[in-house]
Design a protein around this ligand. Structure first.
Ligand SMILES: *[C@@H]1O[C@H](CO)[C@@H](O)[C@H](O)[C@H]1NC(C)=O
Ligand SMILES: *[C@@H]1O[C@H](CO)[C@@H](O)[C@H](O)[C@H]1NC(C)=O
Ligand SMILES: *[C@@H]1O[C@H](CO)[C@@H](O)[C@H](O)[C@H]1NC(C)=O
Length: 320
């Protein structure tokens, strides 16, 4: 009993934080006022308790804490194929999860013709060119506040998902594991928080991975460096970890890890990145140790920045 009431208290707290974080539309203010009103009462009435419980359910629908929305498709709508019907559900759920859209970017997300929605791009499915599917989302610089509902996993043919420079918060839904063609994921400059979004490790086609300028914390799983990625941007988050020995397995041409808190050595395996690496930026991380001599193997690196790190040792002449 004690455990479960503690859990409820924690969930409520988390829900309150979510409200605060998605602060665009005034909804957060109203909720905060309401909460203050409730807590100033001597006790909570049954109805108030029920209200809080329902709100909690709204925010936490599954075991991962992913939240979904409740979209129904009008009978009068017809779709060229079931993939586009699923896309309609996903995009309408997303629209419900948006609390502020100051540029009215999603204003035309109405009706069944999802391929004409602003920021939504359709294309023939590579494996079945007769089938038109949603292949790209580009909402860069839309300044939208909201979160990513789990229904986005219905966009299972997406190759490109770009939402940089918005105010999305919360976490990356586990349903993203269904987006198995995803090639470019750009979540940069938003307000995502919590641990590293492990779901990306299972995306087989991912090449461009950009989560810079968010609030992710904890460690970065070493599996990231075994993935066949071309670009990794994790800078300006709150990650804290040792750079693992398998770092050099990464075939990236660009990796930027600046402005986090990494410890330990730059691993010697970095020498194995010489065929692919062009740009590596580790600045301002609190790395407090050695630079391995293998760094001299990095022949095609044009940008190498480890400044503000208290590193001991000297850079090989080739790099310095
Ligand atoms: C979703 O909407 C339908 C129809 O409006 C309703 O019957 C159902 O209870 C809703 N489900 C949830 C989980 O809110
Ligand atoms: C937002 O865009 C839609 C469709 O483009 C338009 O009908 C609506 O009036 C716009 N709303 C505002 C507040 O500008
Ligand atoms: C580079 O890779 C090879 C083979 O994967 C491995 O044996 C070697 O130890 C690596 N070099 C470094 C410096 O880690």
């Amino acid at each position: 009993m004690k455990d479960s009431s503690l859990r409820i208290a924690n969930l409520l707290l988390a829900a309150a934080v979510l409200f605060l974080c998605c602060d665009g539309g005034g909804g957060g203010g109203a909720a905060a006022e309401e909460a203050a009103e409730l807590s100033s009462d001597v006790g909570l009435s049954e109805a108030e308790v029920g209200l809080i419980r329902r709100r909690q359910l709204l925010y936490y629908r599954d075991g991962f804490g992913d939240r979904g929305e409740n979209v129904t498709v009008p009978d009068s709508f017809t779709f060229p194929n079931p993939r586009l019907r699923d896309a309609y559900i996903a995009l309408q759920a997303w629209k419900l999860a948006i609390v502020s859209d100051p540029k009215n970017v999603t204003g035309d997300w109405v009706g069944p013709d999802v391929c004409n929605y602003k920021g939504v791009f359709c294309a023939p499915l590579p494996s079945d060119p007769c089938l038109t599917v949603v292949a790209g989302i580009d909402l860069n610089h839309a300044d939208i506040a909201g979160f990513l509902p789990e229904e986005l996993g219905l966009l299972c043919d997406l190759a490109i998902f770009h939402i940089n420079s918005n105010r999305f918060c919360g976490t990356i839904p586990h349903s993203f594991s269904r987006i198995h063609l995803l090639f470019e994921l750009d979540l940069s400059n938003n307000r995502f928080a919590g641990g590293f979004p492990d779901v990306v490790l299972g995306l087989p086609e991912l090449k461009y991975f950009d989560i810079r300028f968010n609030e992710f914390d904890g460690s970065i799983p070493e599996e990231l460096f075994d993935k066949n990625l071309d670009a990794i941007f994790v800078n300006n988050n709150r990650f804290v970890f040792d750079i693992p020995d398998n770092f050099g397995n990464s075939p990236v041409s660009v990796i930027v890890m600046a402005n986090n808190r990494f410890h330990g050595c730059v691993p010697a395996s970095i020498g194995n990145m010489s065929d692919t690496l062009n740009e590596i930026i580790l600045l301002n991380n609190g790395l407090r140790s050695c630079i391995p001599k293998e760094i001299g193997l990095l022949k095609s690196v044009t940008v190498f920045d480890v400044s503000f790190n208290d590193l001991v040792g000297t850079l090989p002449e080739e790099i310095a």
